[in-house]
Unconditional design. Structure first.
Length: 61
């Protein structure tokens, strides 16, 4: 997944969360950027889904 939002004032991070929320069909509040707020690579935590559910939802979209 890629975002076109500029890395200004957290816009890119907000877009990443919005994209993941839509793709995984979870509320935005379930998604947290744990590490990499100012980096290209990020560590994301998703509440309420197992690793297997995340993988299944990402590969089916």
């Amino acid at each position: 997944m890629y975002t076109n939002a500029p890395p200004v004032d957290g816009e890119a991070n907000d877009e990443v969360i919005a994209l993941l929320s839509k793709a995984l069909k979870v509320p935005r509040a379930s998604i947290t950027i744990v590490k990499g707020h100012n980096a290209r690579l990020k560590l994301i935590q998703i509440e309420g889904l197992t690793d297997q559910e995340i993988l299944a939802r990402v590969t089916s979209s």
